[in-house]
Design a protein. Structure first.
Lengths: 440, 440
């Protein structure tokens, strides 16, 4: 190696921290047709669940929203999208495998936006660098991505998936871009993906510019600010596949008279109040706004023509149950808050101290759900679902019936946590030829 | 009889038409303590189903609404409340039997309003008459009322019930009051009852006065204007008894940010458009506004905190089915419109010519419903539910699953029809002692 390439190698190391070089000759000259040069990066990105909902675009191509939104980033230990990207001049073209199945990358306009934007930034870097940089912007890439949860479960897989893609591309290309600037790119892949680039509590500021330059995510508070906040995801089976959110929200914009009122008069105040509630760790305000905003989002779906339904009878029963639980709270304070995205699954936010009671409660009325106990709340011998909230004297046990086993198929206990992570080489989803280790 | 009482008798006959006198000495002097003098009137009043929904009071005591509403009066041959009222100085006090069970009339504030107002009008009549009138305003009454449909079915029984009460009292007292003026009294019994005093298409104008003097019903068009309009009521079983509409609408007023927008910016335009659609017999506009307004009413229920749910999975499936039916209409025109009140039952409005197809369609997906065929649409041998809409080439048979038998328990086929009717003596619900013929 020349001194120059040596220096370049060190710079790369500095910038990329845990970026991996699978081969021992990472800086082999690209002019050598026989040399296989592959740079490979693997990252995970988390799921985020909004407490002020995003619903409606003012520009569908750039994915510019009609209102601000705010979400909580959930632990990647429980739910994540994992993406490995390899770059090589020897690859014939960009290829993509999603959950073990190859997809036609050229047909995915939104993913294409993310490649175009990150490559353009890499190109700038290459052009402006005093030192010659590897022309990664010109190399085809292989992308392999997997969720550790069923895509069909409707758990915001596009947010974590596109966040993982953009974050991994940024690491692959050693982009010095700030997370908020990256979020602007992720936004063009999938709107809510921009919020999955941060941990903790994240606002997506809608911005006002036509080019979307000011429509990006900012961190309201890191996960360390309020680590007691946990979440229980109740996966609700639904025979009917709901309307896709992309299609649904544009129908709402086009047909719902109530949406404009929500955008103009309701959300701005809720954003202010919610940010303050988070900074104050005020669960009462956090919970009330979370529930109200979920309900209003589903209300504007119902005001759409034809109406969009995401909640089913099981979803609605969980809402009733949480209201009964809150209404009978011994000190009159809210103990839990539900929220629902574009599907029937409930996400219940609550302080850690209430979560065991809530898991008992949900399991009591919705028996038979798969439940792993990641935080060891239940000692051996304690049957999940055996206890109703002891201190709630006025709790009406008949508020909802006990549902048939499996109505809630899975319970995922998780918590507020960090943003995307770079993983070690051993976590790669691609083999040494840059092909998936697992195919479906 | 003196000439004077003879004249009075004739006047009574003229005013009351089919008013009944159960005893042969109707004009026996009231001073005679031994004489039993009873005047008895029996009437029916229809159910009305709103196409622009009433939801929210600006004055709960006077039942003054926050917006105009508009309804269609449905045939009393299919659904009605029937009320017999007898007046006698020998009755000890006012008594009331509802569906065969005696109720404490003194505890029913709203019913009390109707008695007070109609007695006051009768008193004015007695005081101002040149001829002495029977002091009916001072006699206790016995009221017996029955619905020909289960109250529990959630079919607007309070509207028809209170309309029947007020209409029967007006006939009992020979009030020369106009129907709109009577509707102002019925409104104080149950808001939507005011609309059941007219046949055809009826607007409840919210008015602006604090005393409610201008909050009353007016007929937009009589039933003869558009007799082709029919309705199919799908009675949907629901395990959970929903929130009462009285309680529910006040929670919406207090907590829904979207309601104010509906009241101010949405309903006035819809009222104008709907009235024009009715006058033009324009089913396309009628259908679209009807469906949109039903959806928006349920949207503001969902925007209430805690949220109110009236639609269940069966209700939502019927909505999907009607949208599929309309979307695949051969000439692109809407063929049916759903609407839902404060409960899970669907009411499907459609021109008569589409109704057979709709009954087949609903029965195909919701088998096992009781169905009487009042208009003889189905010749012997034709199985109800056997046909899908033949001419809808693109109809997706899997738009919803076939539901378990009895999910829709009853189908009631009815049509736009006339207002309250006075019945003959043989229809009385009270015996000669002024006591119910049937008790529960």
């Amino acid at each position: 190696m020349t001194n120059l390439t040596c220096l370049f190698f060190l710079v790369i190391i500095k910038f990329t921290d845990r970026v991996l070089w699978l081969f021992s000759t990472p800086l082999a000259p690209t002019s050598s047709a026989n040399a296989i040069m592959v740079k490979v990066v693997t990252c995970t990105a988390p799921v985020n669940i909004a407490v002020i909902k995003y619903w409606g675009k003012r520009n569908a191509a750039l994915i510019l929203p009609t209102n601000d939104s705010l979400s909580v980033t959930l632990s990647q230990d429980i739910l994540h999208s994992k993406t490995t990207i390899a770059a090589s001049p020897d690859f014939s073209h960009d290829r993509l495998w999603l959950n073990g199945k190859e997809e036609d990358i050229t047909k995915n306009k939104r993913m294409h936006n993310c490649f175009r934007e990150t490559r353009a930034l890499r190109k700038q870097l290459e052009d402006s660098s005093a030192e010659p940089l590897e022309p990664l912007s010109t190399y085809p890439v292989h992308v392999c991505s997997e969720n550790n949860f069923p895509t069909a479960a409707g758990l915001a897989s596009s947010a974590s998936g596109l966040a993982a893609l953009v974050f991994t591309l940024a690491r692959l290309f050693d982009l010095p871009t700030s997370t908020s600037d990256l979020s602007r790119i992720a936004r063009q892949g999938s709107g809510s993906a921009c919020r999955s680039l941060f941990g903790g509590f994240v606002a997506w500021e809608m911005g006002s510019r036509d080019d979307g330059a000011d429509s990006l995510a900012v961190q309201v508070a890191p996960e360390t600010h309020w680590p007691e906040l946990q979440a229980l995801i109740c996966v609700v089976d639904d025979a009917k596949k709901g309307t896709s959110s992309t299609e649904g929200m544009q129908n709402t914009v086009a047909t719902s008279p109530l949406l404009q009122h929500r955008i103009r008069d309701v959300v701005p105040e809720r954003m202010r109040d919610m940010k303050k509630a988070i900074l104050d760790r005020d669960f009462q305000t956090f919970a009330e706004i979370t529930m109200r905003d979920s309900n209003q989002f589903h209300a504007v779906c119902l005001d759409t023509f034809p109406p969009i339904f995401y909640l089913n009878d099981v979803s609605r029963a969980i809402i009733r149950l949480i209201h009964e639980y809150n209404a009978t709270s011994p000190d009159g304070r809210l103990k839990a808050a539900y929220t629902y995205d574009a599907g029937p699954n409930a996400v219940i936010y609550a302080p850690k101290q209430n979560m065991k009671e809530i898991i008992h409660l949900i399991t009591r009325y919705f028996p038979g759900a798969d439940f792993v106990d990641p935080y060891n709340f239940f000692p051996e011998g304690e049957v999940v679902g055996s206890n109703l909230p002891h201190t709630h004297d006025k709790f009406n046990q008949n508020v909802i019936p006990v549902f048939p086993a499996g109505s809630v198929s899975r319970l995922l206990h998780t918590e507020v946590a960090d943003g995307p992570r770079v993983l070690g080489k051993e976590e790669s989803l691609l083999n040494e030829q840059g092909l998936p280790l697992r195919l479906k």
